[in-house]
Structure formats: C-alpha cells, structure tokens
Design a binder for this molecule. Structure first.
Ligand code: FEO
Length: 172
C-alpha cells in the first residue's frame, strides 16, 4: 500500500509527464507547420513517449492501492521562434523533469518505500538517455549554425534518431 506522501508525489509526476507530452506535441505541430518534417516526426514520437511515461505511473499507483489522478494541464506555447530555440527549450525541460524525478526518488527514500524506489529506477535511467539525446542534438545544431544545407541534412537525419529510439523502446 502506498503512503499518502508517496502517492501525492507520484501523482505530481503524472502531471509533469503529461505536461511534457503536451509541450512536445505543440513543438511538433509548430515544426510541421514550418515544413520541418523530420523534426516534427521526432517530436510527435517524443510526445507519445511522454504519454507512455505518464501511463506507466498511472498503472503503478493503482496497482499499489492508490488512486492515479488525471489533472488539468497548462496550455503549452504555440510559437518556438526557431528550431535552435526549440531544442534549447526541450533540453531545459528535460533537465527540469530529471530534477522532479530526483525529488521523487528522495521522497521514496525518506518514506522507506523501496518498491517505489525500485520502480523509479527506470525513470532515472530514462532521464540519463533523454538528457544525453537532447545534448547530442544541441551539439549538432551548434555545428550547423545558419547553414541551410546543414539544416536539410539535420531534418533528414533526426528521423533516424526517432526510428532508433523507437527500436530501443520495443526492446524494453
Ligand atoms: Fe518523461 Fe522526457 O521525460
């Protein structure tokens, strides 16, 4: 049975993951409208992954005798200025998500809830991957600068990144 404090903290994380899904969906739509086909595909996929992170929490809370709460969400931004800025925001958002996960892990230790602590290790590992991926993308963007040919190749190659991460998910 989940302690109330752990249940509340997990419910808080449901909202963080749902918010992430909304933000990446809005980014995907912006990129699609701008004709950045590969980037938008990457972001649609990323949005789906965040929903999966949220669902995993919902199922866990209910399985442990708690009640997963689906809350209202804030409307994400509609305009991201440039694709460089978009990926900078994505990276910063992932750092924020990692901080939230770390806080959550801290609560489970304080409450001596080792089952939830164990469950959250999947999220800890996922955040390492997501931060690394976002950092790799930012490095590539820095290399491109304002080169249009570079953007064309980046937009094409990022589809492959989506496909690679999809393959990894299927192997979980
Ligand atoms: Fe679910 Fe990108 O963190």
């Amino acid at each position: 049975m989940l302690k109330k404090r752990v249940e509340d903290a997990l419910n808080g994380q449901i909202r963080v993951e749902a918010d992430s899904s909304q933000i990446y969906l809005s980014m995907a739509s912006w990129a699609e409208v701008k004709g950045l086909e590969g980037i938008s595909q990457f972001l649609y996929k990323h949005s789906d992954e965040e929903r999966m992170h949220m669902l995993k929490l919902v199922r866990y809370i209910n399985e442990r005798g708690g009640h997963a709460i689906v809350s209202e969400l804030s409307a994400p931004k509609k305009d991201f200025g440039s694709f460089q800025n978009l990926f900078k925001e994505l990276f910063e958002h992932e750092i924020h998500v990692s901080d939230c996960i770390n806080e959550l892990v801290h609560v489970t230790l304080e409450e001596k809830d080792y089952a939830t602590h164990n469950f959250l290790q999947w999220y800890v590992a996922e955040q390492i991957e997501e931060e690394a991926l976002a950092r790799t993308i930012l490095d590539k963007i820095n290399l491109i600068g304002n080169d249009k040919g570079g953007l064309y190749l980046f937009d094409r190659d990022i589809r492959q990144i989506s496909a690679d991460s999809a393959a990894q998910d299927e192997s979980i």
